[in-house]
Write a protein that binds this ligand. Sequence first.
Ligand SMILES: [Fe+2]
Ligand SMILES: [Fe+2]
Length: 139
Amino acid sequence: MDFITWTDKMSVGVDSLDADHKKLLGIFNRLHRLIREKDETEKLSLIIEELDEYAGYHFNTEEKILSLCKYPDLEVHKTHHEKISKTLSKFMAKHKKGTDLAKNLEFYDFVSDWMLRHVLGEDRKYVEHISNRNNKKVG
Ligand SMILES: [Fe+2]
Ligand SMILES: [Fe+2]
């Protein structure tokens, strides 16, 4: 069962960013199944690599869009992304050294927090700004 199911309420109002967030939540749900439901149909290393690659791509895209929209809190938002990237890199390094992250609840908590607090929290802070800009453009 999915831990987080996407609903339209989660939309940030930009189709490409919504698609990225859906993809990230999808990766997280697979990780959740693997760790919490002990579903071993997937390999943890593949999920972690996908998460790392996709996070890098998504943070870049989101920052570019926010920059184009002149989002005033872009620098703060970037620091959140950097912190997530650094923590993820640390876990990746542990994983490469042989730590079994499937049994590491700190790793699970970190990714849950990222999805719940950042994707469904911090990222929502720019929704109003983007929506106001779009309305101004149309009006
Ligand atoms: Fe995001
Ligand atoms: Fe973000």
